[in-house]
Structure formats: C-alpha cells, structure tokens
Design a protein around this ligand. Structure first.
Ligand code: SME
Length: 178
C-alpha cells in the first residue's frame, strides 16, 4: 500500500459571489474537487470532501451526499445537511430510481414524485446521479434543495462530470463493503 508521508494541504476555496453564473460555479467546483482528491487514496476522506465541496458551492442546497450500495441496498455515506434516512431499498425513492434506471434523476417537485422519501421536510427538488463502475451502480450522489426546480440540465451535466472525475479516485470495493 502507498504510504503518504507528505501532509496534503488544499487551501479552502470559497464559493463564487452572487454575480457568478452556474457555468463558472461548476468550473470552480470541479477544480476544487480535483484538488481535494488529488493523490489521496482514502475513499472516506475523498467522499467526505466531495460532499462538503458540493454542499458549499452549489447554491440553494439543504442536503448533499452519497449513498453507497451495500448488499443490494443503499446505505447512507458521507454527507452534509441534517441527519438522513440510513437505508434505502432498491427501487425506492428518487435514489432508488437512479439505481434501478442507472441514470440521473432530476426531480423539480419531489411531492409530485411517486415514492419520494422525505428525509428532510424542507426538500422541494432533488437530483440524484448514479456512480457506475463496470456497468454496476456502486453509489449515488444526492442533492436536495428547499427551492422548487433548483436543478436543470446544466446541473445534471456538471454533476455527472464531477462524478466521472472522482470515480477513479475512490476505492469502491472498500466503500461498499458491508
Ligand atoms: N429523498 C431521497 C432520500 C434521500 S434524502 O433526500 C437525503 C429519495 O427519495 O431517494
């Protein structure tokens, strides 16, 4: 196993100010996520920092984090926000739909989504991006907002890009061990 003796320090990157557009914000977030996970082999540290950077940089969130596929169900992983549902059965809720369909779910109004799991009563819209390794879903990245329709096609593309950036920087075998 690689030993990392050098301290890895990545300076805090604050979200861009109110004048910035979504494209600039996601470029900044993408760079930050790449810097935070660069050369770091610890899956928990990497997922925790990604959840934190996403929560900090994407406007309007009340929750952001990962669920990990363990033994056929989703189990809560690193996140930012209020405590959340721990286990989500396959096919249940927005997260379960992302797993079952193996594609990103953009839900502008969670109350109109059949089977939505209300972990946080403030949530009004949600986006869930599956993390795929060799055609299998190993995790999902879930973002919730208290605003209706907070996520669009640009959020989808940007978050899928960020997930793609980190997929090779996480030991998914260790992360999904029961
Ligand atoms: N609302 C999600 C459950 C997870 S929480 O939002 C953190 C769902 O329906 O899958």
């Amino acid at each position: 196993m690689t030993q990392h003796t050098e301290p890895r320090e990545v300076d805090y990157v604050a979200p861009l100010g109110a004048g910035a557009d979504k494209t600039e914000r996601y470029l900044e977030l993408r760079r930050y996520v790449l810097a935070l996970t660069d050369g770091e082999p610890d899956w928990l540290a990497n997922l925790a920092n990604v959840a934190s950077a996403v929560y900090d940089h994407v406007p309007g969130l009340n929750w952001a984090g990962f669920y990990l596929m363990k033994g056929g169900e989703l189990v809560l992983g690193p996140f930012q926000g209020r405590p959340a549902c721990v286990r989500i059965a396959s096919g249940r809720g927005v997260c379960g739909a992302a797993v079952a369909e193996r594609r990103t779910q953009v839900v502008p109004d969670v109350q109109a989504f059949p089977g939505h799991i209300a972990c946080d009563a403030r949530s009004r819209s949600e986006i869930v991006v599956p993390v795929m390794v060799a055609g299998e879903v190993v995790a999902v990245l879930d973002l919730d907002s208290a605003q209706l329709a907070n996520f669009d096609i640009e959020d989808r593309r940007a978050l899928e890009t960020i997930v793609n950036d980190i997929v090779g920087r996480v030991d998914w075998v260790a992360a999904t061990r029961n």
